[in-house]
Design a protein around this ligand. Structure first.
Ligand code: F6P
Length: 411
């Protein structure tokens, strides 16, 4: 083997809809920042470009379909050939983005890429709910447009089943990482050769990265006017005009996806923003629902102080750890908020801009996920309704900025 330390093959491994392409493209962007020349060779894209007829139907992926197997192998070989040429020239890293789930296919890849080291990255995600949501996002692809939604989902799941029937997890390969791609967690790592850029790649794999996250609190509600907590109140006229001001502010930025809670006030805030965008979907996540204040839902802070003084004083004493009777506390929200963030990042792929419209307590928790704060300080983070947080969190840049979206009324 030519041990040129500046050249590397990376081969992705994993069932469809496990985040392989997102990870590949984010990794590429990261490496390019350091002038590490990286290119992705994606079998699915090449298949769609080269095949005249639609190859989205599940039988094409049946391992017993000899013609399908032959065509898919042909695509794989073309990409391997192209990747080799790329590395023989100026390229540093060639990423083979395909399922590569069978031993047979991986043996082929290993045999043909022996001019440089080869690193396999396996993406694993067995979270049924997230898988379901990512399949729903997959079937937007043009190749599923001739099918209704249910038929498209069935077809995609059948394709996954076929891949599953030949799936062999990474185990005996010389260099590999098995990654929980939802939680950015390395499950297993085996490295036997000198893998160039490995430290950088590994750090990237375990980093939560988001290029631009706009974290917004819903506009003013009727409950806000009365200082009431929880509930499912609508926006006031002022709240609606805040939502439109946000919509105008973000009109020139492409926001492909807005995550909201299930509460009307966040959806009503997201609606105008979506309206002024060209392609934008709203995804509601229950993980982003406001703190459940249990027996205090719908009460004002004054009423709580008056009618339930022990709740008022205990919460004051240790706001982070205090759990409302029959409800939640910041401390118990942690797990679901983390899960919501993972879901949102996973579902937004490699989008340049994403937006979350949340609530006061929720946004505090989201902020503190990206910017470390002492737990006891989290319940006091400032979350206004006339400003939003712009968050950038990548391997080499962390930025937090509180920005105003409406001109100041100095009247
Ligand atoms: O008042 C709005 C609100 O979002 C309530 O629904 C929620 O209980 C509260 O803010 C959270 O803020 P704090 O933890 O400071 O009471």
């Amino acid at each position: 083997m030519n041990a040129n330390p500046k050249k590397l093959f990376v081969a992705m491994v994993g069932l469809p809809a496990r985040g392989k392409s997102t990870i590949a493209s984010k990794l590429k962007e990261n490496l390019l920042k350091d002038a590490i020349k990286t290119r992705i060779f994606n079998n699915g894209q090449l298949r769609r470009r080269l095949m005249e007829k639609n190859t989205s139907f599940p039988e094409f992926y049946n391992p017993r379909n000899i013609e399908g197997v032959r065509l898919r192998e042909k695509i794989a070989l073309i990409n391997i050939e192209r990747a080799k040429k790329y590395l023989a020239g100026k390229g540093n890293i060639a990423i083979l983005d395909a399922t590569n789930v069978s031993l047979k296919r991986r043996d082929l890849v290993a045999a043909l890429t022996n001019d440089h080291p080869l690193l396999f990255i396996e993406c694993i995600n067995s979270d049924g709910e997230i898988l379901e949501a990512s399949i729903r996002r997959k079937i937007i692809l043009p190749e599923f447009q001739h099918l209704g939604e249910d038929a498209a989902i069935r077809s995609f799941k059948q394709r996954i089943d076929y891949y599953e029937s030949i799936y062999a997890p990474l185990a005996r390969e010389r260099n590999f990482v098995r990654l929980d791609s939802l939680n950015n967690k390395i499950l297993k790592e085996e490295i036997h050769d000198a893998i160039p850029y490995y430290d950088r790649i590994r750090d990237f794999l375990v980093t939560d990265s988001v290029k631009n996250l706009f974290l917004i609190r819903h506009g003013e509600t009727y409950f806000n006017l009365e200082n009431r907590i929880g509930g499912d109140s609508r926006l006031t006229e002022k709240g609606k005009s805040q939502a439109w001001a946000l919509a105008r502010y973000f009109q020139k930025k492409a926001i492909p996806v807005i995550f909201t809670s299930e509460k009307i006030r966040t959806i009503e805030t997201a609606d105008p923003i979506q309206k002024l965008q060209e392609h934008c979907s709203i995804i509601t996540l229950r993980e982003f629902n406001e703190i459940d204040s249990g027996v205090c839902e719908g009460m004002s802070y004054e009423e709580i102080k008056e009618k339930m003084p022990s709740i008022h004083s205990s919460r004051k004493l240790d706001k982070y750890n205090y759990v409302y009777p029959g409800g939640e506390g910041y401390v118990t929200m942690q797990a679901r908020i983390d899960r919501g963030i993972k879901k949102a990042l996973y579902l937004s792929g490699n989008a340049s801009n994403i937006m979350i419209v949340g609530h006061r307590a929720v946004n505090r928790m989201i902020l503190s996920h990206f910017l470390y704060r002492r737990k006891e300080d989290v319940p006091y983070i400032y979350i206004p309704q006339d400003k939003f947080y712009h968050i950038i969190a990548t391997q080499d840049k962390k930025l937090f900025q509180l920005k105003r979206f409406e001109p100041l009324d100095r009247g």
